[in-house]
Design a binder for this molecule. Structure first.
Ligand SMILES: C[S@@+](CC[C@H](N)C(=O)[O-])C[C@H]1O[C@@H](n2cnc3c(N)ncnc32)[C@H](O)[C@@H]1O
Length: 219
């Protein structure tokens, strides 16, 4: 087993994430693709493979447990979440990781940069992920409907929710991956947007504060 695979497996274990061998392989293949095409496409500033594993892969994987829980709750409530939009996905974080770990979910990654959307399309083919799509557009132009709209390292919460509002379907939620608890961004939200949970995340091998801010339109 390679060092990368051992680190990924122990990270998944620390996150109590159930991943099949096929999913572990897809995640490692995705990292390899990202490294290969980063030189050409300029997908991410992180270039060191070990750093890519902790700062990108494990960081995104930390949100998979909470996402799976949300999907299970929505299904139980009789309103299964079927489509997720990852906004400003860049090299596919966290969208590609979500598509690998939640195969029942249809994941669209939108980015304004054409080569980034093309990379996602290519990853979908290479990694055999029929539930993954790359969209070249501004999020403001998308109509949806999506059941979950996610982002990571994208924009302040007020901008993220304003620009992606029209992509939300009935009963949809926003999942914003953030660093430390963004009290100022939350305070700047309009009354039409409600935070219903701020969930701390622990990223294995990363000594940094992370959280998910869950939001929905105010009823
Ligand atoms: C800092 S990168 C984050 C990439 C990735 N989510 C990550 O965590 O590594 C932000 C991305 O948002 C994209 N972007 C900026 N404005 C956008 C918009 N209005 N609609 C869609 N994508 C946008 C940029 O092209 C860039 O790839």
């Amino acid at each position: 087993m390679s060092t990368m695979e051992a680190t990924l497996r122990s990270g998944a274990q620390a996150l109590a994430l159930d991943l099949s061998d096929a999913q572990i392989t897809q995640l490692l293949d995705f990292m390899a693709l990202l490294q290969k095409w980063n030189k050409v496409y300029n997908l991410t500033a992180v270039r060191d493979p070990a750093e890519m594993l902790t700062h990108h892969l494990l960081d995104s994987l930390a949100a998979v447990g909470p996402l799976r829980r949300h999907l299970a709750q929505a299904a139980q409530a009789g309103a299964p979440a079927q489509r997720l939009l990852d906004v400003g996905s860049g090299g596919g974080l966290p969208g590609v990781v979500f598509a690998i770990c939640c195969p029942q979910l249809d994941v669209s990654c939108v980015d304004t940069v054409a080569k980034k959307a093309a990379f996602i399309q290519q990853a979908a083919v290479t990694l055999r992920l029929p539930n993954l799509h790359g969209i070249h557009a501004r999020v403001e132009s998308l109509a949806g409907p999506f059941d979950v709209v996610s982002c990571r390292a994208f924009a302040a919460l007020a901008d993220f929710t304003r620009w992606s509002h029209s992509a939300l379907g009935n009963g949809a939620v926003w999942l914003a991956m953030k660093g430390k608890h963004p009290a100022d961004e939350i305070a700047a939200l309009p009354a039409a947007v409600q935070v219903f949970h701020v969930e701390p995340l622990q990223v294995p091998g990363l000594d940094a504060e992370r959280c998910i801010v869950w939001l929905r339109p105010t009823a």
